[in-house]
Write a protein that binds this ligand. Structure first.
Ligand SMILES: [Mn+2]
Length: 344
């Protein structure tokens, strides 16, 4: 039966209701249902399957991005083993997070949690390498932000000099958080100190951070970073907001950010970078952030720029666990995901 992009999705179809097999696809979506170190709300381990389900409601025609589906999109099957690592790690991590961080005597539990988090990141690394070996672009669906380290590592090996555009409320530059070195709050710290090949991180939407992180970012600014070290450029949300209150244009701000990116880039969307009305159940919602139109313009300008998107991730989406409640988180997540595919 021929595929009709105007028709409703059928139950047996792949993500976005598409008929594509892995062989037909130019983009491979990697689900990583792992969520151990979320400090506040948990549930991003449920995101890949909730986004898969919500994606059948996304209309495939997109005026701005064209026929995204024609590129061929394939989402890998749900990996139950990762879900099990997440469950084991959460059981160990929860009492430590509840007491406000690790104490003497918690060393064994902390190292087991870090070990499981590393295993989830290696899972992502292996899947991303496999996709690139087949000439496909990898896109990660988390899970917590920490697992994206595996994606960054795989891409940095294949595309040295790659840059990361990080849309996030948080800098994620903590050396460890609540005792966990492989936590969601440390992913970019680990990129800087445990990974070669990422030339620059541009952070947008940042509005919740500690002084240590701000100082680290400052010391890694392009004019200060030691030779060969990953550079960091932070666009604090309050500065971007003030600029617009003063009559400045968001498009001009986007152009400035895109111009500072190297030619090959990874787009990382931590959903909490967006206004919390777009992700009400995410682990650490923070007021402010990009609204839908601002995200759309930024992604459209990236697509129209001469930058090449060699991978992307969508992390920290948290579907509501209350039965019958609004599917808004997964539904917006699915739409962000579709446009990320459109940037490739
Ligand atoms: Mn993050």
């Amino acid at each position: 039966m021929a595929f009709d992009p105007n028709a409703a999705a059928t139950e047996s179809s792949n993500i976005f209701g598409l008929p594509d097999t892995r062989d037909d696809a130019s983009i491979v979506l990697i689900p990583c249902p792992y969520d151990a170190t979320s400090s506040y709300g948990v549930g991003s381990a449920n995101a890949p399957e909730a986004i898969r389900e919500a994606s059948s409601q996304v209309d495939l025609f997109d005026r701005r991005f064209g026929a995204i589906y024609e590129r061929g999109l394939f989402m890998e099957p749900h990996p139950p083993e990762v879900r099990e690592w997440s469950r084991q790690a959460r059981v160990l991590a929860e009492p430590i997070i509840e007491q406000g961080g690790s104490r003497a005597g918690d060393e064994d539990a902390v190292s087991q949690v870090d070990g499981l988090s590393r295993r989830a990141a290696s899972f992502v690394y292996d899947r991303a390498i496999a996709a690139m070996d087949e000439g496909k672009v990898p896109g990660l669906i988390g899970g917590e932000h920490g697992v994206a380290f595996g994606l960054y590592k795989a891409i940095a090996h294949r595309h040295p000099g790659v840059g990361i555009l990080q849309i996030d409320a948080h800098m994620d530059l903590r050396p460890a958080f609540e005792g966990f070195a492989w936590s969601h709050a440390s992913v970019m710290h680990n990129v800087v100190y445990d990974l070669d090949g990422v030339s620059r991180i541009i952070q947008v939407g940042i509005r919740d951070y500690c002084e240590q992180e701000a100082n680290l970012a400052e010391s890694l600014a392009p004019d200060k970073a030691p030779d060969g070290e990953t550079q960091i450029l932070t666009y604090f949300w309050d500065d971007l907001a003030d600029e617009r209150v003063g009559g400045g244009s968001w498009g001009v701000a986007c152009e400035r950010m895109i111009n500072l990116l190297p030619s090959e880039i990874i787009i990382s969307v931590d959903i909490d970078g967006l206004d919390p009305t777009l992700c009400p159940h995410t682990g650490t919602p923070v007021p402010g952030g990009l609204n839908w139109d601002q995200l759309s313009l930024l992604l459209k300008m990236i697509k129209e720029s001469d930058r090449t998107v060699v991978g992307f991730d969508l992390v920290e989406v948290c579907p509501s666990k209350i039965p019958g409640s609004s599917p808004i988180d997964a539904s917006i997540g699915a739409r962000v995901l579709y446009r990320l595919c459109g940037c490739v």
